[in-house]
Design a protein around this ligand. Structure first.
Ligand code: JB8
Length: 246
């Protein structure tokens, strides 16, 4: 998968050189290019923002540098990427979104700053590529960079070969299939007793069927407790009276 990231803070993406994603890049599974938006400015101050039409606080990112950046990265008439634009006003980014994006060959990320990017940039981009404006949640960051890091990690870990144990993806919270709308339950490792707290006996039993049932029950309990709106989506048959009580 090819990723192009456009930002005025390229240094934000140093973390993409470490851990899983760093290994994936070195293994050739991910081809990540980070671009400084200011390379597409032409004035002495390398200006990327200006005051908002209609008044109001803050500054807005100018369309010209973005237009030139997208033209340079994905020349019109050439191969077409999927443009991802993090914004607090975007559609919710979920595990299902990550799974969908992991199927793409080429993603371009636009990191907004200030009050956002001039709306004509996305409008114009939509005439020649798919554009997803996405939000990580009902909170506001100072720009799109942290959101892009999160999205790149959520998508990158789904690519074949990136995670050492591909099975763990299937057990993710929200993973399509058995775990959809379910939170992962608690996990344990050695020692068997730590500060007087023992690992649940069932996990030491070797009874894999019983362990699977216990884990699902724990996932259901945690989902009912922490995300009742997700639990409400579950088939009632999978939630018995005891689980609903948690
Ligand atoms: O919270 B966010 O995902 C986000 C994304 C982009 C911009 C641009 C300025 N503030 C932003 C916040």
């Amino acid at each position: 998968m090819k990723l192009d990231i456009v930002t005025i803070f390229p240094e934000y993406f140093a973390p993409l050189d470490v851990s899983l994603l760093g290994k994936a890049r070195r293994a050739g599974l991910l081809d990540v290019r980070v671009h400084d938006l200011r390379q597409w400015t032409h004035d002495r101050h390398r200006t990327v923002d200006d005051t908002p039409y209609g008044g109001g606080p803050g500054m807005v990112m100018k369309p010209e540098p973005w237009g030139e950046a997208l033209d340079a990265i994905a020349p019109p008439g050439g191969p077409v990427p999927r443009l991802i634009v993090p914004t607090p006003s975007g559609r919710p980014f979920t595990q299902a979104t990550a799974v969908e994006l992991a199927e793409e060959d080429w993603l371009v990320f636009a990191c907004g700053r200030y009050e956002g990017i001039d709306a004509r940039v996305v409008d114009e981009a939509r005439t020649r590529m798919p554009v997803d404006e996405v939000s990580l949640g009902d909170f506001v960051l100072a720009g799109g960079e942290v959101a892009v890091l999160a999205i790149v990690e959520a998508v990158g870990r789904l690519l074949p070969g990136v995670l050492g144990n591909a099975d763990s993806v299937a057990d993710d919270s929200f993973a399509p299939g058995a775990m959809e709308s379910l939170l992962e339950g608690p996990v344990y490792t050695k020692p068997p007793v730590w500060r007087g707290r023992a690992v649940p006996e069932i996990l030491l039993s070797g009874n894999h069927g019983a362990i699977a049932r216990w884990r699902r029950d724990q996932a259901l309990r945690r989902t009912v407790r922490n995300r009742p709106e997700l639990a409400a989506r579950l088939d009632p048959a999978t939630l018995d009276a005891q689980d609903r009580r948690v």
